[in-house]
Write a protein that binds this ligand. Sequence first.
Ligand SMILES: [Fe+2]
Ligand SMILES: [Fe+2]
Length: 134
Amino acid sequence: MKLGHEKLDADHEAIISLAHDIDRDLTGRCSIEALRTKLNRLYAMLTEHCVFEEDLMDLLPRERYAKEVEDHKRGHDRLLNGFLMLVNFADRTSASAEAVQPHYRLTIDTLAELIIGDSQLLGSLAKEGKISPA
Ligand SMILES: [Fe+2]
Ligand SMILES: [Fe+2]
């Protein structure tokens, strides 16, 4: 799903591609070490991406967009907190790829929903003249 914002679309594409890559690893045979490396990379990408979006959100006038911005940030927080728990779980010495899989699914399922929410954010930014419309 392209939103028409170069950086956000590139980020989403890279995030989804790595998320699918991890998904494939989890259904096949992969070492927990390789999995940890990828999970950490995805967590870093998600964190950077959410910070970038939240900086954009700060351009919106608070009096009209406080609720929209707070709701969106809450979605980011839920994803990042869930992902951090997942990274910590995978970091346990006893962890295996099989044990990580169900937690991964639950965490990553919110991604598509969040990207749909990003289109609302971009719409608001365009409406306020903070970015050029797609
Ligand atoms: Fe996003
Ligand atoms: Fe977002």
